[in-house]
Write a protein that binds this ligand. Structure first.
Ligand SMILES: Cc1cc2nc3c(=O)[nH]c(=O)nc-3n(C[C@H](O)[C@H](O)[C@H](O)COP(=O)(O)OP(=O)(O)OC[C@H]3O[C@@H](n4cnc5c(N)ncnc54)[C@H](O)[C@@H]3O)c2cc1C
Ligand SMILES: C[S@@+](CC[C@H](N)C(=O)[O-])C[C@H]1O[C@@H](n2cnc3c(N)ncnc32)[C@H](O)[C@@H]1O
Length: 438
């Protein structure tokens, strides 16, 4: 039996006006009102507001996410209060609702305002395993103006800005949402990250979001200048029969990355190209293995499905002669722009020290220090993250990291097919035209 097991999703049914599970022959919430019950039993019953006031970070572990009423009620309460705590909510669910079903269910509680929508925005497709979600805490801004000045001003202040249909005679409006960097009382206050490639920039932003100050040291003049500079790097899952840690980590990481890249849209000219990606099998045996992997994990069609040559041609826009695996939520990014966008998104919490090569890490009585080759102090902090690829070894000679470089190559071909809308991959891959080249 593979672990984790394929998901059997919850079905939407109603009994006596309450959401009902025939599997457990039980209702999900009180007939008298689901959200009111969650506020009374879960929020007030656990004295959450009072306990939040006492700590900077609070973790709730819940068995049975159901339709998320406890989560939403707790989140709503925290948003309404002025309490500046970070809430980590861990929920385990054996039979989750599919996203569309959850949307139908949550429709019954308009008093949740935009929170239900915010949850649905990050709610993952039904893949077994861990999913780390960061729903935006709902701070929004809207303006009838779509002037570049308003748009860039909001984006610079850290808002995610989108154009939407306007009211009455206005064709468009701007809607902006603040992703919410909440200050916390983290024990670690300052971290040094060496290397501003995709690894270092991602770490720096993740720390900044937790209120940790980051010194990001990069030897090149800007982030994403080396291996991560690929102008069309694919972001896609590897579908394999393996149900081990690597496969589970791969799925969770892929879904997490897509959510994060979507949030970064429009930051520092970055764009998430969520075109979908077609994966062709190497041969007939490989196609069979892909088929078995899909069946084994019962992955939803909306996430990944087998398509024949005709469907593949329709999806990709260029002639495809073989069946393949279509992953509609995959896509590609400009790696360099992604790194720059992440650093920019971190705002004042990330101090980028560019054009500076780190040579040594040392312990001192004031924490860890990073020095350059002439022994100048570059930064000082509680922790150091080495994200400088294979050069990491040179900074800590005392540990054998057993790093091994892996060669890769990008070939640039002048645009031959402007019809190709999505990347197509087998061992290598071809992308749609990016600045006139494939
Ligand atoms: C041709 C090719 C195609 C690829 N395509 C894909 C793809 O489609 N999808 C995908 O997911 N992955 C792809 N990869 C893999 C991916 O590019 C790498 O895994 C990723 O970029 C590694 O990121 P990184 O941050 O670890 O390293 P890097 O991007 O190399 O970042 C390390 C940074 O550290 C800096 N640095 C090094 N030493 C020091 C020092 N002493 N002091 C200060 N700074 C220092 C460097 O300047 C560099 O900016 C591809 C790789 C290649 C080569
Ligand atoms: C009453 S509902 C939970 C309501 C939910 N806490 C809310 O706020 O909406 C109980 C949930 O527990 C889930 N469940 C039951 N047994 C489980 C198990 N062994 N492991 C994980 N989840 C389980 C059910 O699928 C169901 O969604």
């Amino acid at each position: 039996m593979p672990f984790p097991q394929p998901i059997t999703r919850a079905k939407v049914a109603v009994r006596d006006g309450a959401l009902y599970s025939d599997r457990f022959d039980d209702i999900y919430h009180s007939v008298a009102g689901g959200i009111e019950e969650a506020r009374h039993v879960f929020v007030a019953g656990n004295q959450l507001p009072k306990r939040w006031e006492e700590v900077g970070r609070f973790t709730i572990v819940e068995t049975g996410f159901g339709c998320g009423l406890n989560f939403l009620a707790a989140w709503d309460e925290l948003n309404r209060s002025n309490i500046n705590t970070r809430l980590d909510f861990v929920s385990v669910e054996k039979h989750p609702f599919a996203r569309d079903d959850l949307a139908r269910v949550l429709h019954a509680w308009p008093q949740l305002g935009t929170l239900a929508h915010d949850l649905l925005e990050v709610y993952p497709p039904l893949t077994p395993g861990f999913h780390r979600l960061h729903p935006a805490p709902g701070a929004t801004a809207a303006t009838y103006s779509v002037a570049a000045k308003a748009k860039h001003g909001l984006a610079r202040a850290g808002f995610d800005v989108q154009k939407k249909a306007g009211f009455a005679h206005k064709r468009e409006m701007l809607a902006a949402r603040f992703p919410g960097v909440r200050e916390t009382f983290a024990e670690t206050r300052r971290v040094i990250v060496v290397g501003a490639g995709i690894a270092g920039a991602s770490c720096a932003l993740a720390l900044a979001r937790q209120g940790i100050e980051v010194d990001l040291i990069e030897r090149a003049s800007h982030p994403g200048a080396e291996t991560s500079s690929n102008p069309a790097a694919l972001v896609r899952p590897f579908v394999t029969l393996d149900s081990g840690v690597r496969s589970r980590f791969g799925w969770a990481a892929f879904l997490y990355a897509v959510r994060r890249y979507r949030e970064l849209n429009n930051q520092a000219n970055f764009r998430w190209h969520g075109t979908g990606v077609l994966q062709l099998a190497r041969d007939k045996a490989h196609l069979k293995r892909l088929q078995r992997a899909l069946a084994q994990f019962a992955l939803p069609d909306s996430l990944v499905r087998l398509v024949d040559a005709r469907d593949a041609t329709g999806l990709c826009g260029a002639p495809i002669r073989e069946p393949g695996l279509w992953c509609s939520s995959a896509g590609y990014v400009d790696g360099q722009l992604a790194c720059q966008a992440m650093v920019e998104k971190g705002g004042a919490s990330i101090a980028l020290i560019a054009g500076t090569e780190a040579a040594r890490v040392e312990r001192s009585d004031r924490g860890l220090q990073v020095l350059d080759v002439a022994n100048n102090l570059l930064a000082q902090g509680d922790n150091v993250i080495l994200a400088n690829g294979c050069q990491a070894q040179a900074l800590i000679a005392e540990h054998d990291l057993q790093l091994r470089p892996v060669r890769g190559q990008v070939t640039e071909i002048p645009l031959t097919s402007s019809d190709l809308r999505t990347p197509v991959c087998r061992d290598g891959y071809v992308t749609p035209g990016v600045n006139g080249i494939h």
